[in-house]
Ligand binder design. Structure first.
Ligand code: PFF
Length: 461
């Protein structure tokens, strides 16, 4: 273990940073539209099952692997086994971080751009979502606009990462996460006070089971990985800055809990507005950029609400964006002994360039689709990351923990670092029945479920 590796100043700092990674565009941009398109509460139900049975155990494993080895994903596997196969699994994570950031940063750029548009009062003149959709399409038809805002977003995350773990990642999360929560609460309260808000609430909480099909499971499982930042080593990298005295189990509960609560609250904030204005909740990826700006802007105090909403989206994107880039930066620092500055600038530049095809997917290359999939670069990056790379990473993590490292070793490590509480900390692993449930989830349930999802993606079932 290298002694000059930086660490979080406390477990609470880690929880905030990890929650910052988890709570992102996935919660505020993606979750509401996926839920909107897939029956609202019915999707929420399946998604919660995926979080508890698959997401939470794998989150524990990922953070633990980081804490136990104090390394990036490639280094972590190399430390625990000499079978070369596993370091490629780590490398797959570094590749996934590229793929995700290449489309994430485009949406992050839109969020920053919309914060400025909200500040200028642009949305007050829109009186229906069609106008907002036309505005969105017009803006995106300019490659310079999309690339320009992608650049601004990128400079923000590179700036934070350059400052290091404590002065950068930790400080940013400690400041931004409470702001995010405060803004979200304001939006939830105003949403609930709107006439017709109950339509939005019941859409999220009363399930229509007829909407559930195998596709729902695929989406829910893929989204569980995405929203908890699992399967590509982001949580492992953040976990590698934890000290041994910090309890992984308790931190994992907290992160999963905050992430889920914030996704549900974002759903309430958004669907109350959508329903009270009588619009379609199944508006797809454009929900927050097409439908929401005019609806928010027309409320009493709408200028402020639109501004707060896009600020919320920007903060969520920044605190997640830094965790995605940190994976590849940590890789260069640990494995190739780069300085943090050189690693950040190198990876920053590479990922920045990798995002350009995604930026062009809305204009110059809107007709370019990949290998007969019919997907643009942007859609393909999203699909590949969320539905293939992250679940695949999760599959290998479960196999590694369950069969290579071994459940006994996992549990022995989980018991290091004491939370002092029986149910919400690692003490729960002292019970042998809990240990067998955990072992079942890691060794059998997670790999089998993920495998089935793959067969489905490939069209084999
Ligand atoms: N969890 C983030 C979100 O919900 O937006 C996205 C993400 C961050 C995915 C970090 C993967 C990752 F490693």
């Amino acid at each position: 273990m290298s002694n000059n590796r930086e660490q979080w100043s406390s477990k609470a700092s880690f929880i905030l940073a990890a929650a910052g990674s988890a709570v992102g565009l996935g919660n505020i941009w993606k979750f509401p539209y996926i839920a909107g398109e897939n029956g609202g509460a019915a999707f929420l139900f399946i998604y919660l099952i995926c979080i508890v049975l698959v997401g939470l155990p794998i989150l524990n494993i990922e953070i633990l692997l980081g804490r136990a080895t104090q390394k990036n994903p490639v280094g972590a596997f190399k430390t625990l086994t000499d079978k070369p196969f596993w370091k490629y699994v780590g490398a797959l994570g570094v590749f996934a971080s590229f793929t995700i950031l290449s489309f994430y940063s485009i949406v992050g750029g839109w969020s920053v751009a919309y914060t400025f548009e909200a500040l200028k009062g642009t949305f007050s003149s829109f009186d229906n979502p069609q106008m907002a959709a036309d505005f969105f399409n017009l803006k995106n038809s300019s490659p310079m606009w999309v690339i320009g805002w992608h650049t601004v977003f990128f400079l923000m995350i590179v700036g934070i990462i350059l400052s290091g773990v404590r002065a950068g990642l930790e400080k940013a999360s400690k400041f931004l996460m409470p702001v995010l929560f405060g803004i979200l609460m304001i939006l939830v309260v105003q949403g609930l006070m709107l006439p017709g808000a109950d339509g939005g609430v019941s859409f999220l909480f009363s399930p229509d089971w007829s909407k559930i099909n195998p596709q729902t499971f695929l989406l829910a499982l893929g989204h569980a990985f995405f929203t908890l930042s699992l399967g590509m080593g982001a949580m492992m990298t953040y976990g590698s800055y934890l000290s041994e005295k910090d309890d992984v189990v308790n931190a994992s509960y907290m992160v999963a809990f905050l992430d889920t609560v914030i996704a549900i609250l974002a759903g309430v904030a958004i669907f109350t507005v959508v329903f009270s204005s009588g619009y379609d909740p199944a508006a797809g990826p454009g929900l927050v950029f097409h439908v929401l700006p005019p609806l928010l802007a027309q409320l009493v105090g709408g200028y402020i609400f639109a501004l707060l909403f896009f600020l919320l989206l920007t903060i969520a994107a920044v605190t997640s964006g830094i965790s995605i880039l940190e994976v590849s930066v940590a890789y260069l620092v640990d494995e190739l002994k780069y300085s943090r500055k050189k690693a950040t600038l190198t990876m920053g530049m590479l990922v920045y360039l990798a995002a350009i095809p995604c930026a062009l997917s809305f204009n110059l290359w809107s007709d370019v689709t990949l290998l007969g999939t019919g997907l643009t670069f942007f859609d393909a990056a999203d699909f590949l990351a969320s539905n293939v790379l992250l679940p695949l990473g999760g599959f290998f993590l479960a196999i590694f923990a369950g069969y290579v490292w071994g459940i006994d070793e996992v549990v022995r490590n989980l018991l290091i670092g004491d939370s002092g509480s029986v149910y919400f900390g690692n003490s729960i692993f002292k019970s042998s029945s809990f240990k067998s449930v955990f072992s079942f989830l890691i060794r059998y349930l997670s790999p089998v479920l993920i495998f089935l999802v793959f067969l489905y993606v490939l069209g084999w079932i």
